[in-house]
Write a protein that binds this ligand. Structure first.
Ligand code: DAH
Length: 335
């Protein structure tokens, strides 16, 4: 057999062998192994080319053609197989990692307003709808605004009711929102029709109904011809809207230095037995009007003050004020 025929046979054998091997590959990895085996730098195709060098010159062209044909045949087939396995692997990966639309979404946990803020907003919204506009005052207040101008002189026993937190000799953390009444009346002529929400402070030891910081909403309306009937109407409308029409309500005579007459307002749940106190109120004392240079002969007014925590406790049946400030999400999430 001539050298040429022997080489051509070898090419033919290699083709058969490689075809059979290609049939059996089962992975990208195995494809690559075959590529190295046949087409690698020391692969079998290269070996054939090496042998080509030993052939007589006139046979080189024919043998070279045969080897090149086998080479490109292998290149094509291996590439084809590789593509096939790549596609398969991709599909498999997609299936594993693909979006499962049945999974629950990831929530962003955007949070919400604290229950006290919610109730505060609800209260102020009701009064705003009645035409009262928002007014705010400082939490560090002077003795004059917190007491004096509100008809609570230095030795007045009402000062004892509030264990105040003093910042220096003349300033304290306000014990109520009533000083905003004075500030607003000083800064404008009547009519004054305002609502003032805000934090207040008292030196109370925390227990189920006391906390050293709490929230109040103050209301003041000063104009000509205002009477106790207007006060009753505003409060009754508010109670009906906030608690619902099925709550009963009553006025009870009381005393506040800055109002005359003064009344405490109580409500009772539809199924209740006890009257629950919800706010203090009254006609603005003439001494208070005089303190801001309003003429009590021309102007009258009424005011009220309520505790936001207390309203929230009554509305939701919460029995301990300290719960509002523990920051326990199991509690806060309920509102
Ligand atoms: N400032 C009073 C307090 O903290 C509440 C209050 C009572 C406010 C009667 C008023 C009022 O405006 O008229 O106890």
């Amino acid at each position: 057999m001539s050298q040429l025929d022997a080489l051509l046979d070898k090419i033919q054998d290699l083709k058969e062998e490689s075809k059979a091997n290609l049939e059996e590959v089962e992975s990208l990895q195995e494809c690559e192994e075959l590529r190295v085996k046949y087409l690698g730098r020391n692969g079998e195709i290269q070996e054939l080319f090496d042998e080509l060098g030993d052939l007589p010159d006139e046979d080189k062209a024919e043998a070279g053609k045969g080897i090149n044909k086998l080479k490109s045949f292998l290149q094509d087939r291996i590439e084809e197989k590789k593509e096939k396995f790549k596609r398969r692997e991709k599909e498999k990966k997609l299936k594993q990692e693909g979006i499962d639309v049945t999974l629950p979404g990831r929530s962003r946990g955007v949070g919400k307003r604290h229950v006290i803020t919610q109730v505060n907003d609800e209260l102020t919204t009701i009064f705003k709808r009645m035409g009262f506009s928002l007014a705010l005052g400082p939490e560090v207040e002077s003795d004059y605004y917190n007491f004096e101008a509100l008809n609570i002189p230095e030795l007045h026993p009402a000062r004892d009711e509030w264990d105040s937190l003093y910042v220096d000799d003349e300033h304290l953390l306000r014990t109520h929102t009533s000083p905003v009444q004075i500030r607003e009346m000083e800064s404008q002529e009547p009519p004054v029709k305002i609502i003032c929400p805000g934090k207040c402070y008292r030196r109370d030891t925390p227990d189920a109904t006391h906390y050293p910081v709490f929230h109040q909403v103050e209301l003041l309306w000063v104009d000509e011809n205002l009477t106790f009937a207007n006060l009753k109407y505003v409060i009754r409308s508010f109670v009906e809207e906030f608690f619902g029409p099925e709550f009963s309500m009553r006025f009870r005579a009381d005393y506040f230095p800055f109002t005359e007459p003064s009344a405490e307002v109580d409500v009772m749940r539809p199924d209740g037995e006890d009257w629950l106190e919800i706010m203090g109120s009254g006609m603005v004392d003439p001494n208070v009007l005089e303190a801001v240079d309003y003429d009590p002969e021309t102007y009258q007014g009424f005011a009220l003050g309520l505790g936001v925590e207390r309203m929230a406790m009554l509305k939701y049946g919460i029995d301990d004020i300290r719960l509002f400030y523990r920051n326990d999400l199991r509690f806060l999430d309920q509102f």
